[in-house]
Design a protein around this ligand. Structure first.
Ligand SMILES: *Cc1c(COP(=O)(O)O)cnc(C)c1O
Length: 396
């Protein structure tokens, strides 16, 4: 039997490769950081990690994790409701709620699970989910698992959202769902307007702050801080895998009864293992650090400002960004790949994105800034971009 299937898979894989869509993974042999070593031995500057605050190898988080290894051991060998809950898990849930100004938090093994497990227990076939067209794959999958009527509005388009809200008035409950930052352009949705529309049309609001938490807003509290609507969204999901230390883990935080219901009914929570205590302990430390100072957020914001200004001055076409994502537009798919591989030779690690990850004719290099980047790193990247840009005829 396997022979037929094997042949089928080999053909499919060859098709993926022929279309230029085969993903090869680069192997890193150092800790994650601004400067990394890849398995060829080459040291490169990393501009494609979600390590926004530079916490992936932060000594305080490493120390907190080591301490928890000694005090709480390695693994939990259980889901939360059987014997997978420690005092550290509960403390992290409390800290995350304080961070976002919400009532309670539930942890998951990943944000993918948080989004996968949030809709089905809450929304039934009488209800409506109104979702931004550029929402993350895990939101799309989560919505698929639930029986609610689905509405979709064009990315951050408030006229279209209003239209969909009107259409959904026949349903019992309505939930508007949006990413806090859209990961390919780096733009944010106008949360103040979304909240106003939600009030006008009696809808609830859910925000996935995975790319925005720690990054957006003066103190990194996300898009609700940026638009001064803290506490107005009923549900916020997010990840511990990006700005928040970059290890693993996700969460849903929001109204008390919603979180209560998720603990009773959310399948990825009920049927999947707890995050290890060492990750929870590092998470607690991370929130404590953010409560003490905005140093990292300030540095990230000024790095992003510096990089985008210099790149625009160099003649690059940069998408307007309100996050730490800077899309350097090249439009042509092959050009984006050539550009990225030449940059790697210059010691700059970035990834070129093209269809189907972004719309046809919208190929780009996505640069992700970090508080771990020093000015000399940024200058080196800008110089390399400029050199390659001239060689490839992108810059005059
Ligand atoms: C990265 C990301 C996720 C997935 O996070 P994990 O914790 O790695 O599963 C979910 N939603 C959005 C918007 C993301 O950017």
């Amino acid at each position: 039997m396997y022979q037929d299937f094997q042949e089928y898979l080999r053909k499919e894989l060859a098709n993926i490769a022929d279309a230029g869509l085969y993903k090869n993974e680069r192997i890193i042999v150092s800790p994650q950081g601004a400067e990394i070593t890849i398995d060829s031995g080459q040291k490169v500057l990393n501009f494609c990690a979600n390590n926004y605050l530079g916490l992936s190898n932060n000594p305080k988080l490493v120390a907190a994790a080591k301490q928890a290894l000694d005090s709480h051991g390695y693994g939990m060998s259980s889901v939360r409701f059987i014997c997978g809950t420690t005092d550290v898990h509960k403390l992290l849930e409390k800290k995350i709620a304080e961070f976002f100004g919400t009532e309670d938090t539930i942890l998951y093994a990943a944000a993918f699970d948080a989004n996968g497990g949030v809709f089905e227990p809450l929304m039934g076939q009488e209800d409506a989910i109104i979702s931004d067209s550029l929402n993350h794959a895990s939101i799309i999958d989560g919505v698929r698992l639930c029986k609610a009527v689905r509405y979709r509005y064009q990315n951050a388009d408030m006229d279209d959202l209003e239209e969909q809200l009107k259409l959904s008035q026949a349903q019992r409950f309505r939930l508007i769902v949006t990413d806090g930052v859209f990961s390919m352009d780096g733009n944010v949705p106008p949360m103040d307007q979304i909240i106003a529309l939600a009030e006008k049309y009696k809808a609830m609001v859910m925000i996935d702050e995975s790319h925005s938490a720690g990054v957006v807003g003066k103190t990194g509290r996300g898009v609700t801080e940026l638009f001064n609507v803290r506490g107005k969204a009923e549900i916020i999901t997010g990840t511990l895998g990006k700005a928040f230390g970059g290890a693993i883990g996700g969460f849903t935080t929001g109204k008390k009864e919603i979180i209560d219901m998720l603990r009773q009914r959310s399948r990825p929570y009920l049927f999947s293992n707890s995050i290890p205590p060492l990750v929870a302990a590092a998470g607690v430390k991370m929130v404590e650090m953010m409560n003490q100072t905005n140093e990292l957020q300030d540095k990230l914001h000024s790095n992003t400002e510096y990089f985008t200004q210099k790149m625009i001055a160099a003649g690059f076409d940069i998408k307007p960004t309100q996050s730490a994502i800077c899309a350097v537009m090249l439009y042509d798919a092959k050009l984006s790949q050539d550009f990225a591989s030449r940059l790697l030779k210059e010691g700059i690690y970035v990834i070129g994105f093209y269809f189907p990850v972004v719309p046809k004719g919208q190929a780009r290099i996505r640069v992700q800034l970090s508080a771990a980047h020093e000015k000399e790193h940024l200058d080196k990247a800008i110089a390399a971009f400029t050199k390659v840009g001239k060689e490839l005829g992108v810059l005059k």
